[in-house]
Design a protein around this ligand. Sequence first.
Ligand SMILES: Cc1ncc(COP(=O)(O)O)c(C=O)c1O
Length: 481
Amino acid sequence: MIKYTSTRGGISPVGFDEAVLQGLADDGGLFVPEIIPTISAKQLQQWSTLNYTSLAYEILSLFVDPQIIPSEELKPLLRESFSGFEHPALMPFISFDDNPHFYIMELFHGPTLSFKDIAMGFLVRTMDYLLKKRNQHLNLILATTGDTGPAAANASAGQKTLDCWPLFPAGMISCEQEQQMTTLKEKNIHPIAVNHCFDGGDDLDIVVARMFSDTKRKKELKLSSVNSINWCRVMVQTVHYVYGYFRACKHVGDPVVFSVPSGAFGNLCAGDLARKMGVPISTFICANNENRTLHTTFSTGLFKKRDLIETVSSAIDIVVPYNFWRFLFFNTNSGSAKISTMMKTFQDKGEVQLDPETYKSVRNGFKSIAISDEATLLTIKETFEKYNYLLDPHGAVAVTAAKLLHQDVVNDVPVVCLATAHPAKFPTITRKALGSQNELPPQGVHHTLESAKSLPEKKLTCDLENLELFLSTQIKESLNL
Ligand SMILES: Cc1ncc(COP(=O)(O)O)c(C=O)c1O
């Protein structure tokens, strides 16, 4: 059965359980499977009519050792993971009359209204399942640009095996996103608002990575991560590409295009993996906002950190898309030694130029673009006025990118735009786009967010400079150390 190694190559391969519970490998690399399993043309045909949960079971069975999670236990774990989704189709498809090849796949019907719920529900339940067997406990520390935190906090709330410490850049996420974390009453949830994050969630990623790099402290404080650092997140996110492919293609085997709003590149890394496994996705459109690290890399071969720009699609305001290293690992034949050298250059200089061979394989089947706030807001307005359909700012980035690049890709190939968050999480941006002062259309309101407004909030506050010490002290106290 598949074992997991590190992108930096500095560890002995481990089983699925260790990869999930450790989060980040002890050598500072990201866990990756030793081999990529394949889906045959026959399996693709057979799976094309499965519902989402059954398809997830088939795909995850390729990665999860049955000696670690027996198949009769994997099924209920998956069923529970999606039980909090409000829409019966889990991930419905929307199309508009005037372009039958153009789809929006809504990934935001989970309990905290973003696509993060899809993989987080399964990851946290899997951690709980493994920890119960070992009679162990973990502290999850995670950085959020607004959606990972609520998804992790919601899935962890009340789990006796876990304490969850979501870190968010104060004032840089929406009030609704903040309330999704701070109004949870369960004692094992400890949201922390961090002041002075000039590079937003990236500043928090650095602190999390530093805390993990001290392996002694990682063990003492029993730390793990559920950011898309964690292999399990990427693995589960492959499923919505396979599922979306089946919904969009006319015949299994035909090409399909996906347009994906991208930040840390976990979602697209999963898409690329689905394609490597055998799903005939012809092109991925990597849709950045003005924080265009990925677009620059795809268009010039230079992976370069820039200063953060605050945009209307704040959840993808990310300057270092850390899953790019995992993606590079899958896309170079030279393996971990080369990735390690590139990571080191990037750490030292803030940039690394891909060599021509790597650049060629990275670009294969990818288009990219950076979408301005102006264009994002215009897409929200036009889509609402024309179709009475309300996009959130991140879905709007994907739709704008697809409109601008799809002709360039191929005219009659279906294109699936991933709508990654519910618009009700961003009422200020909706108002700005629609030009209405107070009134929100019914699609821009959600009952869970409305009821959170009257609940008491609890959060800790800290400055970025003190975060490492503050967090270590808080966790030690909670462990009575
Ligand atoms: C709503 C939304 N869309 C897109 C993304 C980007 O996903 P990824 O970081 O996996 O690229 C995120 C999170 O970062 C998000 O919260």
